[in-house]
Structures are given as C-alpha cells and as structure tokens.
Design a protein around this ligand. Structure first.
Ligand code: HEM
Length: 319
C-alpha cells in the first residue's frame, strides 16, 4: 500500500515536471546541434561582417527581433514582403520607412542554408540569433539563445499597428503594452536600454523636443538644429551619446533629461521606474545581466513550435 502511494506521488510529480518542462522548454539552445552544427557560427560571421561595415546595422537587427516578437510572437512575420495574400507588417506605422536590415537577413539565410546543406534554420531563429550577435558585436552581453521557433505563414499590419509601442506613449501605456506581451516593468526598463545603440528619425522625436518640458534645455536646442519644426523628417539623431556602444550611457542620459524619445524620458520622470533607471545608470554590469535575461524572455513570446508554421525557404515569402 505504502509503495503504491509512493508510486502515485512519484507519478504525479513526474507528470507535473513533464508538463512544466514542455511548457517552458519548447525552445532549446541545442535545437540545431544535430541538424546543423554550423548554424550559429555562420549567422555570427555574417552579422559580424555587417556590423563591421556599418555599426548601425547591429541596432537595426536588434530592433527587427523586437518588432517581430511583439506582433503575434517571434515567428518571422516581420520579414514577409507585401503580396496579394500578405498584408505586410513592413507597411505598419512603426515600421514603414523605418525598420531596416532585411538585406542582411537574406544574406544570413543564404549563408546558413549553405552551411547546413538544407533549409533547416527558421527565419524567426535567425532574427533571435542575429539580435544577440549584434549586441555582442557592439560590446554588450551574451546569452544562450533558445531555438526551434518556426516561421509564420501570415502577417498582420493591423496587429503590428496595435501591438508595437509608440514613441508618444506615457509610462502607464508602456507598462500595459509590455504587460500584454507577458513582460513586466523591469523588462520594460531594461529592454528600452536597447536604445543604447542606434538612431531615431526626427519625425519620431519632434514633439518631444518642441512640446515637452522634461528635457535638458541645451540638449533640446541642439536637437532642434537636426530636427526643425517643419521638414527634415528623416534626419537622424543618436538614441544616446554613444550610439555604437552597448553601454549604460542611455540610462545616465535619461537622468540628465537627455532622452531622445518622449517614451524614453517617461522612464525617468518621477514615476515607478526612476529607481531602476538610476541603478542601471551606474551599474552597467547589472544592466548587461538583466538585459540578457529579458531578451531570453522576449524571445520566448508565443513561438510556433512542433508542426506549427514552417521553415521558410526565403524569409520574405511563405513557401
Ligand atoms: C519601450 C518602447 C519602445 C518604443 C516606444 C520604441 C520606439 C523606437 C523608435 C521611435 C525608434 C526610432 C525609429 C525611427 O526613427 O525610424 C526606435 C529605434 C530603435 N529601437 Fe526602439 N522602442 C521601444 C523599445 C525597444 C526595445 C525593447 C528594443 C530592443 C530590445 C528597441 C530597439 C531599438 C533600436 C536598436 C533602435 C535603433 C534602430 C536603428 O538605428 O536602426 N526598442 N525605437
């Protein structure tokens, strides 16, 4: 009797552990170890060469993964070109004439398919690995990317408009947007630290520099040269003072009221996220460590696994 009881406790524990582990480990770092042992190194070489050629490309690749994951999960949907059956996310407001890096993704896909001898690596996984390799190439932290995402056969411009946060969002809008993706306030602050690299167009920060009062005056004046009240929509400003380095200057800029976007400065504006911004501003080790953790969390948003979706032959079109 006792042994039967022990057995059933054991069985329950086993089933529980199995359910929990399949729920959380549908992606795994060694997913391509057998099917394509050279997959990760071939992605890294293309990313390294692209960043060497143009440092900003690292920022653009990081942003691509973010905009992919925030629209129906990390499923490569951002990469699909417009077609009669695809309402491309590339034409959504946050992406149109703004998101870039697609040619590098094509180059990676070609290199990785060649290295594998067959198309086994999904475009969604390529984005996740390219984002990590870009961060590393610009001096940021590394992390183990979990793999096995499959590619969507659909895209949604409407979902992209509804789910990608906007630069005019308030702190509470940012918090609830991230919450809707299963990410908390800490994830919001640390992932916004992605703005330690890259650039923004004048059109995205014009209202902040002309209408907001929580901005350093001299800094605002300098930005007005780059971004006049009318015209110059495509003129670029770096998102922090060191746009090619993955450091914590983004956070110290916020403390000095030198955030470029309204949404950036919202993170340090007398609200609940001030303390964390302060901490990351003087503790780049903590920033790097937490950024890596939250990137893994973001990369786990609703992946297609198993027999769902497909592995695309060309990242721009469904098979
Ligand atoms: C918190 C909400 C966020 C908002 C409102 C936001 C908004 C923006 C905007 C408006 C730009 C400039 C786009 C342009 O001028 O065309 C930008 C650039 C960028 N964003 Fe975000 N973003 C957010 C979060 C994130 C996250 C979580 C990441 C990555 C982890 C990220 C990574 C980037 C990067 C790297 C760039 C520069 C891209 C380049 O230079 O090509 N952003 N973001």
């Amino acid at each position: 009797m006792a042994s039967y009881k022990h057995f059933s406790v054991f069985l329950y524990a086993f089933v529980f552990a199995a359910v929990v582990s399949t729920a959380y480990s549908s992606l795994s770092p060694d997913y391509y170890d057998y099917s394509c042992p050279n997959a990760l190194s071939s992605i890294r070489s293309v990313v390294e060469a692209a960043v060497q050629k143009e440092q900003r490309m690292g920022a653009s690749l990081l942003r691509l993964h973010f905009h992919d994951c925030f629209v129906n999960g990390c499923d490569g949907s951002i990469l699909l070109d417009p077609s009669p059956s695809i309402d491309s996310e590339k034409n959504a407001l946050p992406n149109f004439q703004s998101i870039r890096g697609f040619e590098v993704v094509d180059e990676i896909k070609q290199a990785v398919d060649e290295a594998c001898g067959k198309p086994v690596v999904s475009c969604a996984d390529i984005l996740a690995v390219a984002a990590r390799d870009s961060v590393v190439a610009l001096g940021g932290p590394t992390w183990e990317v979990r793999l096995g995402r499959r590619d969507s056969t659909t895209a949604s411009r409407e979902a992209a408009n509804a789910n990608i946060p906007a630069p005019f969002f308030s702190l509470s809008e940012l918090i609830s947007n991230f919450k809707s993706h299963g990410l908390n306030e800490k994830d919001l602050v640390v992932l916004s630290g992605g703005h330690t690299i890259g650039y923004a167009r004048c059109a995205t920060f014009r209202d902040h520099i002309y209408d907001d009062s929580n901005i350093n005056q001299r800094f605002g004046k300098e930005l007005k040269y780059i971004c006049p009240k009318k015209g110059g929509d495509f003129n670029l400003a770096p998102l922090d003072r060191t746009a090619a380095q993955f450091d914590s200057v983004y956070f110290s800029d916020l403390i000095h009221r030198k955030g470029i976007l309204h949404s950036d400065q919202e993170l340090f504006n007398g609200g609940s996220t001030d303390a964390l911004v302060k901490r990351y501003s003087y503790n780049s080790k903590a920033f790097h460590k937490d950024f890596a953790k939250s990137m893994i969390k973001m990369g786990n948003i609703k992946p297609l696994t198993g027999s769902k979706g497909e592995v695309r032959l060309n990242c721009r079109t469904v098979n």
